[in-house]
Design a protein around this ligand. Structure first.
Ligand code: URA
Length: 234
């Protein structure tokens, strides 16, 4: 497995992500974990599904780490709880509430779940290049889809949480503690304050943006330079 790996939750999404790649090979498939390798615009990438939630993500990250993986980008979907994001928009979490359950077995709850700065920057640059609508987010990861996501964090949204999902904080913390660079890009499939539901092309955009971000990271890693062109007035 090459050291740059994209992490969707669902096994079938690995092949959707690899749709834009060449030389695609399925190298492993067991339970919720499917791994494919291939080349995106000439650079070698892998994609491994994590399954749902913290525990299955932990197994995945630990085993990828033993194979020498150093950079991971989660590609997922999320429910949004602020009006700023529409269906199909992409949220790049800079940090996450740690209600995942798994990361608490690694380190005390006061330890932050935060994305690697360069991975965040590469994801921003990828979205800019591809012309995708995106924003930075404060994610709320919770190890429950129903009761645990039953209501917004607080009525007036004071905590500034943008979105809720089930994997990001566990992956950010477990990956960080394994010495890996971690990030995530999440497509909005529901906006609960606007009562709107649907994919609206977001999944496909998130998959492409993750691969493009990996290519950007590889270019930065090789040259030792970060080059960005971000339009702050978008
Ligand atoms: N994933 C979640 O965990 N919650 C949502 O509302 C949407 C995606």
């Amino acid at each position: 497995v090459p050291p740059y790996v994209i992490l969707p939750g669902a096994p079938e999404r690995t092949l959707k992500i690899a749709k834009t790649w060449e030389d695609v090979k399925e190298v492993a498939s067991y339970r919720e974990y499917k791994t494919v390798t291939g080349k995106y615009k000439g650079v070698e990438l892998a994609c491994t599904s994590t399954g749902i939630g913290g525990p299955s993500s932990e197994i995945c990250l630990h085993e990828l780490n033993t194979l020498g993986v150093h950079t991971c980008i989660r590609v997922g979907t999320t429910g949004c709880i602020v009006p700023e994001f529409d269906l199909g928009d992409l949220i790049i979490p800079v940090a996450a509430y740690r209600k995942d359950g798994t990361s608490a077995t690694y380190i005390e709850p006061e330890f932050p779940a935060f994305a690697n700065t360069y991975v965040v920057m590469a994801l921003m640059q990828a979205c800019e290049r591809l012309g995708f609508r995106y924003g930075l987010g404060l994610d709320y990861t919770v190890g429950s889809f129903y009761i645990g996501q039953g209501r917004p964090l607080n009525e007036d949204g004071k905590a500034g949480v943008t979105n809720i999902e089930m994997e990001t904080s566990g992956q950010l913390v477990v990956g960080y503690l394994h010495g890996m660079r971690m990030g995530a890009i999440l497509s909005v499939i529901s906006n609960r304050v606007l009562d709107r539901w649907g994919d609206n092309g977001g999944e496909e955009k998130a998959c492409l943006a993750a691969a493009e971000a990996m290519k950007i990271l590889m270019e930065w890693d090789k040259s030792g330079k970060v080059q960005m062109d971000i339009n702050l007035n978008r």
